[in-house]
Design a protein. Sequence first.
Length: 115
Amino acid sequence: QVQLVESGGGLVQPGGSLRLSCLASGFTFSWYDIDWYRQAPGKERGYIGKISPHGHVTFYDGSLEGRFTISRDNDKNTAYLQMNAMKPEDTAVYYCYAPYGSGYWGQGTQVTVSS
């Protein structure tokens, strides 16, 4: 079956970095975009951006582009979200999403930015 498994979340101090991973299985990973979302406490899930099968990245929120990087390794069926210069407002549950069939979400990984 289709699975997306995020990992790499945790507690980080302001200004720190984290790299999230999204390991996919059950479909041909290299054929599909992978999207990243996040949901902050008390807020709706918001769209961060996506990466195409060939690595073209589009950010929905241009203000993130200088701090966040999206990449993928099709040989490893894994997409990545690199987050640098992190801020307390980056605290959220982060999700990856594959627009395969009806669409599939990962379970999410908690990221907390706090001193």
